[in-house]
Write a protein that binds this ligand. Structure first.
Ligand code: PLP
Length: 374
């Protein structure tokens, strides 16, 4: 069934800039150069400038951006990496890809991001293990308390790789997410705040050497063509995606402003209901990748909205430590109750830049009528 109001709508985002995007695509097609060329180089520069970091390196996906960042920091087989269980499984997949093991740290109940107190606890509790890095996630577009996390990591000589897959344009204490850690990873999956028409990712870093290492890693470790200095992989951003992303980057702030406006509308319509609405910390500029409410009647509410033509999603229904592939992890079972509680109650309402204010009102009224009938 095609619902009237989808939860996300990457096609609408393409259509709203179709003329410019189609021209940019035609130009690449005509150029005869399709992998790692001028569009990628230009986009890397523009994206680094946008995020106030020295270097950006285009790669094939957000998962690869995390994975290659970890490798560039020297994280490898047998090492341990601290992250949250309340995230896309991709975060943990990237840790596994380098042969390392995740240690899960519970979240702040209010904003769903890594709780720095629990990070400290985990570092003491697992002090006997070779912990090398922290991968905090700026989930739903709300920055984690990255200043506190960086400070703790520094004291324990851990690398910080920020997972910015959901936080393009967000900031903390006036600084962009992605500019705090040693490295940061972005995804351009089509539904992200900055989305390609296919897969894509980016590593950003303030450190030239780290950037250089990722540049080698993404293409067979080539220092120059056909000469591999280190053992690398194939994880390249292609010219078509870079050309599309350059167009869309120009509209990212406008799109994020609109997401914030829609979130404000949801907030005003739903205030006073017994639902828990998203919170924003004082230090944060939230970019509302998702607008996530909490309800103890979540499943019934979801079915009701569906019957009215409104699609919702759950990001994410199973915390990573409960996924079959990850149940064997070091701290699989204990101390992660906030993440587990969140997974049972969260609901992502429709949220994308082309959603209209009247559609938000429609969804909000449907939710209020569900609550009235309870
Ligand atoms: C989307 C996402 C990723 C992975 O990005 P891909 O481009 O799909 O590989 C990683 N972490 C988080 C939090 C994400 O939302």
């Amino acid at each position: 069934m095609n619902l009237e109001i989808p939860q996300t709508n990457p096609r609408a985002n393409y259509l709203s800039r179709k003329i410019e995007i189609d021209q940019a695509i035609a130009k690449v097609m005509d150029s005869g150069w399709y992998i790692l060329g001028r569009e990628v180089a230009a986009f890397e520069q523009e994206f680094a400038a946008y995020n106030d970091v020295r270097s950006a390196v285009g790669v094939a996906s957000g998962t690869d951006a995390i994975q290659l960042s970890l490798r560039a920091c020297g994280v490898g087989p047998g090492d341990y990496v601290l992250t949250v269980p309340h995230t896309a499984v991709a975060t943990a997949a990237a840790i596994s890809m380098v042969g390392a093991n995740p240690i899960f740290v519970d979240i702040d109940r209010d904003v769903f991001t890594m709780d720095p107190n629990y990070l400290e606890d985990a570092i003491s509790k697992f002090a006997g293990y070779p912990i090398k890095a922290v991968v905090p996630v700026h989930i739903y577009g709300h920055p984690c308390d990255i200043s506190a996390i960086v400070e703790i990591a520094k004291r324990h000589s851990l690398f910080v790789v920020e997972d910015c897959a959901q936080s393009h344009g967000a900031s903390w204490n006036g600084k962009k997410t992605g500019s705090f850690g040693h490295m940061a990873a972005f995804s351009f999956y089509p539904t992200k705040n900055l989305g390609a028409l296919g897969d894509g990712g980016m590593v950003v870093t303030g450190d030239r050497e780290f950037a250089e290492r990722v540049r080698l890693l993404r293409e067979y470790g080539w220092e120059q063509r056909y000469v591999s200095k280190i053992k690398g992989v194939n994880s390249r951003l292609d010219e078509l995606q870079a050309a599309v992303l350059r167009i869309k980057l120009r509209y990212l702030d406008v799109d994020n402003d609109h997401r914030r406006r829609l979130a404000g509308l949801y907030q005003s319509f739903l205030a006073g209901s017994k639902l828990e609405l998203p919170q924003t910390k004082d230090s944060a500029v939230h970019v509302f990748h998702q607008y996530v409410i909490r309800s103890s009647e979540r499943d019934a509410l979801r079915a009701f909205l569906r019957s009215k033509g409104t699609e919702t999603l759950i990001h994410y229904p199973i915390p990573v430590h409960k996924q079959p592939a990850y149940t064997g992890c070091l701290n699989g079972g204990e101390g992660l109750s906030r993440s587990e509680e969140a997974a049972g109650k969260i609901l992502s309402l429709p949220m994308y830049p082309e959603l209209t204010e009247s559609q938000v009102q429609t969804v909000a009224m449907q939710i209020l009528s569900f609550i009235d009938h309870q």
